[in-house]
Design a protein. Structure first.
Length: 221
């Protein structure tokens, strides 16, 4: 893989996109198809972990694989069109690329569905890696030599730190600022609209490939 001055990873759900409307619609259709009540309103407050964790709340263990596959099959029809980008998502990816770096998406979501979201919204990262959660995200972050990982969940903080990457947390998902700070986020932003200016400071202070020094990354915004 070619060396880049900077690679930044981004989570997808509730970091780049507000997937709650689409996921709610997909769960409602899943409930209708299976005849099993699923509290879609509650489900969308727990976004982040793998789908199977939510499915286990509503279906017996022996049906989790089957129902998860059905949900993923329903997802393109019911979840893509109603899901918007979060404020600053386009600009955050563009800022990395404008700095000569690579922006990658590392998500727990099923990769084909993640790619559908990105294409629908015109978000154009350099790579998309799906089906990785929490510490397992470090696999992709290391493979792509990502030094920064941006996410909204404490699991994203753990993934960044497992990869020895800087954890940049945005308080746009189910974990509030206090939880993200307690989990050890190195940088805390209100949302991605604050990311381009933070990145400019990070690069100016000596991000990888700049002057060989580590930036003062622990500061929060």
């Amino acid at each position: 893989m070619a060396a880049y001055p900077l690679t930044v990873g981004f989570d997808l759900d509730m970091t780049l996109i507000d997937s709650r409307p689409g996921i709610k619609a997909a769960y409602e259709e899943l409930s209708a198809r299976t005849g099993t009540p699923v509290d879609a309103e509650a489900a969308v407050t727990r976004l982040g972990p793998p789908l199977e964790e939510e499915i286990r709340r509503w279906f017996p263990a022996e049906r989790v694989a089957e129902i998860s596959a059905l949900y993923r099959a329903l997802y393109p029809e019911y979840a893509i069109a109603s899901t918007p980008a979060l404020p600053g998502a386009h600009e955050a990816i563009a800022a990395v690329q404008a700095a000569g770096g690579r922006a990658i998406v590392v998500t727990a979501k099923y990769e084909p569905n993640a790619k559908l979201h990105l294409a629908h919204l015109g978000l154009a990262p350099d790579a998309v890696i799906g089906s990785l959660w929490a510490e397992a995200k470090a696999e992709a972050l290391r493979d792509h030599d990502a030094r920064v990982y941006v996410g909204d969940h404490t699991g994203d903080v753990r993934g960044a730190h497992t990869a020895e990457a800087l954890s940049v947390a945005v308080a746009t998902g189910p974990c509030d600022a206090a939880e993200l700070r307690a989990a050890g986020a190195d940088v805390l932003l209100g949302d991605l609209t604050e990311f381009p200016s933070w990145l400019a400071r990070y690069v100016a202070e000596g991000a990888e490939g700049a002057d060989g020094t580590e930036p003062s990354a622990a500061a929060t915004a």
